[in-house]
Design a protein around this ligand. Structure first.
Ligand SMILES: Cc1cc2nc3c(=O)[nH]c(=O)nc-3n(C[C@H](O)[C@H](O)[C@H](O)COP(=O)(O)OP(=O)(O)OC[C@H]3O[C@@H](n4cnc5c(N)ncnc54)[C@H](O)[C@@H]3O)c2cc1C
Length: 526
């Protein structure tokens, strides 16, 4: 009998049951001994995260002959149906960076952090790991989606750095960039971020760029049009004014307005969709997968044998059975799954896990030595700058946010080029506990019992105790934070820095009111 939605102490698991199948249900659906018309899965997707889920939905929807069966095997559980930021203040953030070594040292290895986050490989650099759940990291990502410039995908040039031409063709003339921009909503302007702060900062940024104040920035006029503009046929100034969020006609020429659009942040946020479809807001691939799974179920209600798409969660793929020319079996924690002669396996278990599976499974295949080569890390640094709002003329006086984007190209001494971009986010302090007075700054894994600091003009007293990796913070006599460090590089004997910081509030529109001072700092050994 079909398993119904299960009750927990708190909820009825409708979303999980309506989206996912069990391993047994998937196996039964290919079992010809009980149903002669049963068929194996033509496409098995390993990983139901960002790309796996989007791909599953895409293959499902383009299969107009309804002749293929698709199976998504996802290592983690069904977690939430939406990007976490589309949900009301859940506090389900991404886990903070750490390492397996540090977790082992703290006795916390092998346990999910922040419900689903896990580290599947060792690294000398602390990192977040993977979100083991349906939708994967798409449930958490920032959504910045700048499209690569043609010069960032060289087809020829320095050996080992060239991109395969068919890939570049598919992305550009083949239309994949345009399709994915449309799907995730980054081809639209930021209708959800607009107003005087966005307009004024964009104006200041445009003036800085044209005045040559940002070293190596690419002049906007040399960049391709914003994807939302590129799809328009000869946009008018009025249309561009509207996309840029101007309340009144700007009076600017079309060319200048197009350049301003290039400074809009390319965010995967969709606030409008076609009639009859619900808007996605911040994009994650989970709603796509849910919808595909429901369409599949509704096509052939209660008949798994005929179901064209199944999602089996909590199913960890451990190896692929490879006979030297094709994959004929997928091994999982639940057991093996056979594949038909023309079956296809798609690895979408994130970069490192997919590479590891391929390396473990494809010994002896042509070009085996190339697997895992040319992987590039996403290098990023963060810089926080505080600008008194009195320095920005023309603001409406509201609490506002702004997001802007600058693309740059740097020439190295050997004549080669590297590309970078600046993501500029402006807003107010987020009021999150880990950023407030007395917290161990930005650490998720701390217990906070915060209380307000004394009003401006009075001295606060802190007592911070560090016993091995156990930290306790008292503010004006009351315990406000307890933290057990699991980061290997924090608190090493040399160099032994102690960082104190405070971001005191400024009085709106009055510069330099947000000052802080520290006095009578004493350190003693316990
Ligand atoms: C907080 C945050 C902000 C980010 N912001 C941005 C941004 O602004 N712009 C941007 O471009 N990128 C951003 N990223 C990165 C981006 O989210 C990832 O590059 C992208 O989501 C990776 O997609 P993926 O499908 O390769 O991996 P994932 O989404 O991680 O999916 C992999 C899936 O495979 C599953 N899996 C792993 N191993 C197995 C196995 N053996 N068997 C079965 N299943 C398995 C996992 O459970 C997971 O669901 C951000 C990431 C985070 C965490």
């Amino acid at each position: 009998m079909a398993i119904k939605a299960e009750r927990t102490k708190f909820s009825l698991d409708v979303l999980g049951r309506y989206t996912c199948n069990t391993w047994q249900e998937a196996k039964d659906s290919i079992d010809q001994t009980s149903r002669p018309d049963a068929r194996q899965f033509d496409v098995v997707i390993v990983g139901g995260g960002t790309f796996g889920a989007a791909l599953a939905q895409h293959i499902f929807s383009i299969d107009t002959s309804h002749s293929h069966r698709i199976l998504v095997l996802e290592a983690g559980p069904f977690l939430v149906p939406e990007h976490t930021q589309n949900l009301p203040m859940l506090g389900l953030d991404a886990a903070s960076p750490t390492s397996i070594a540090a977790l082992r040292a703290a006795g916390q290895d092998g346990q999910p952090r922040k419900e689903v986050w896990g580290l599947a490989w060792h690294s000398p650099v602390d990192f977040q790991g993977l979100a083991y759940c349906v939708g994967g990291r798409s449930l958490y990502w920032g959504g910045w989606s700048p499209q690569l410039l043609a010069e960032e995908m060289p087809i020829g040039g320095v050996p080992g750095t060239a991109w395969p031409k068919p890939v570049v063709d598919d992305l550009t003339s083949g239309g994949y960039f345009a399709q994915s921009n449309a799907q995730i909503g980054s081809d639209d302007s930021n209708y959800y971020i607009f107003g005087s702060l966005q307009s004024e900062l964009r104006k200041i940024l445009a003036a800085g760029l044209s005045g040559g104040k940002v070293s190596d920035a690419i002049t906007p006029s040399l960049l391709p049009d914003h994807p939302g503009v590129a799809v328009m046929n000869a946009p008018t100034a009025a249309q561009l004014d509207q996309m840029l969020g101007f309340d009144a006609p700007s009076g600017l020429p079309v060319a200048e307005l197009k350049d301003l659009m290039k400074l809009e942040a390319p965010l995967a946020v969709q606030v409008r969709s076609r009639s009859g479809l619900f808007p996605l807001n911040k994009f994650s691939s989970t709603p796509l997968l849910i919808k595909a799974a429901r369409v599949a179920e509704n096509e052939t209600p209660q008949d798994d044998v005929k179901k064209r798409l199944m999602v089996v969660d909590n199913c960890h793929v451990t190896a692929l059975g490879f006979d030297g020319s094709r994959v004929h079996r997928v091994d999982t924690n639940f057991g093996p799954l056979p594949l038909p002669a023309n079956g296809v396996v798609i690895l979408a278990a994130a970069t490192i896990e997919s590479t590891r599976l391929a390396l473990n499974s494809f010994h002896g295949s042509p070009n085996y030595g190339l697997i895992g080569q040319n992987l590039v890390a996403h290098l990023r640094s963060n810089l926080n700058v505080r600008i008194p709002i009195a320095n920005i003329p023309g603001l409406a006086g509201n609490l506002e946010q702004a997001v802007l984007f600058v693309k740059g190209r740097h020439k190295f001494a050997d004549g080669s080029f590297g590309h970078y971009h600046l993501q500029i986010k402006c807003g107010w302090p987020d009021q999150v506990g880990k950023h407030k007075t007395g917290a161990i700054y930005n650490e998720d894994a701390q217990t906070l019992t915060q209380q307000a600091a004394l009003p401006a003009g009075q001295w606060n007293q802190f007592e911070i105790t560090a016993k091995a990796q156990h930290y306790t913070v008292h503010l004006n006599g009351a315990q406000v934070a307890v933290f057990d460090n699991a980061t290997a590089t924090r608190g090493l004997p040399t160099p032994a820095f102690i960082g104190l910081q405070s971001h005191p509030a400024s009085i709106p529109k009055v510069p330099n009111t947000g000052r802080v001072a520290f006095r009578r700092i004493q350190i003693k050994q316990l």
